[in-house]
Design a protein around this ligand. Structure first.
Ligand code: F3S
Length: 284
């Protein structure tokens, strides 16, 4: 079958850096001597590869022994985590993506400038949980229907967004916020261009294919967003982690398959998928 790849796909620089930081830490401190506070990235295959190399990713600060090095993952952490690491006199390796770091400092600055900070994002996502720690009582909203209850009237609002959100969703939310009474509105763009470029490439790909495979962790926010975008284009879309989840019915009656992948999906997973899909003849 004919297979087309999205022009932008797979690993972003933030994820590459985080993996390199984790691997260097294992080399420097030794296997079993570094603990990450949760999965370094949202890709179970990469997480397993790092564990095989000796990285523990089930870190809970209270249980970390004082001869262990703590690794902060690409999603970052709130200031209280850094404080606790200092209090426990633990050594620290920081793999927070620079764009997440920027979102953290923007939130801090908005608060210092007197804005009530509003973050458009998923309150349960680790990046959001960390970023909101940099100002008191940050309001987190992700749906228009929650705005009335969440926003104070006639306030001076400073808005940021989760780095992996789509510009369309964020624009819609900003429009909805601006349609309510406010005193002042300051918006700082904290979206990640790496993610936006993958989203644009996925939409372009959808115009040329009749089925699309979005490869990446099922819990990866940016991969899920890619899959949602592809579905929105009206192309049958499958969000899979690896080739093992592929089923021949998925390409039944299809001629051209498109492949894209989230920012935490390694090349070897994409390449294996292409190599195994190309020789197949779809059942009609
Ligand atoms: Fe950073 Fe964007 Fe990747 S925020 S971790 S470069 S998806």
């Amino acid at each position: 079958m004919e297979v087309k790849l999205a022009s932008k796909r797979g690993f972003c620089f933030g994820v590459k850096d985080a993996i390199a930081v984790a691997e260097n830490a294992i080399k420097q401190y030794g296997a079993g001597r570094v603990v990450a506070l949760g999965p370094v990235i949202h890709n179970p295959q990469v997480v397993r590869e790092l564990e095989d190399k000796g990285l523990d990713q089930s870190g809970n600060l209270e249980e970390v022994g004082n001869d262990i090095t703590v690794l902060i993952r690409s999603h970052g952490a709130g200031p209280e985590v850094y404080d606790q690491i200092t209090q426990q006199r633990l050594s620290l390796v920081d793999a927070t993506c620079v764009l997440v770091k920027r979102a953290q400092s923007v939130v801090k600055q908005l608060h210092e400038e007197g804005y009530k900070v509003v973050m458009i994002g998923d309150a349960a996502h680790p990046e959001v949980k960390g970023v909101i720690g940099y100002a008191p009582d940050v309001i987190v909203v992700d749906r228009e229907e929650d705005l009335d209850a969440a926003l104070p009237a006639r306030a001076k609002l400073g808005i940021v967004a989760q780095t992996t959100h789509t510009p369309e969703h964020v624009a819609k939310m900003i429009g909805a916020i601006a349609s309510r009474p406010f005193r002042e509105l300051k918006v700082v763009n904290t979206l990640c261009l790496e993610v936006v470029r993958r989203q644009e490439a996925a939409v372009e790909l959808c115009e040329e294919v009749d089925v699309v495979f979005v490869l990446g962790g099922l819990h990866s926010a940016n991969t899920r967003e890619l899959a949602r975008l592809c579905e929105e284009q009206g192309v049958p879309t499958y969000h899979l982690e690896t080739w093992d989840q592929f089923q021949p019915e998925m390409i039944k009656g299809r001629r051209v398959a498109g492949i894209t992948a989230g920012a935490s999906t390694p090349d070897h997973i994409i390449n294996e998928f292409v190599e195994k899909l190309e020789p197949l003849t779809p059942i009609s």
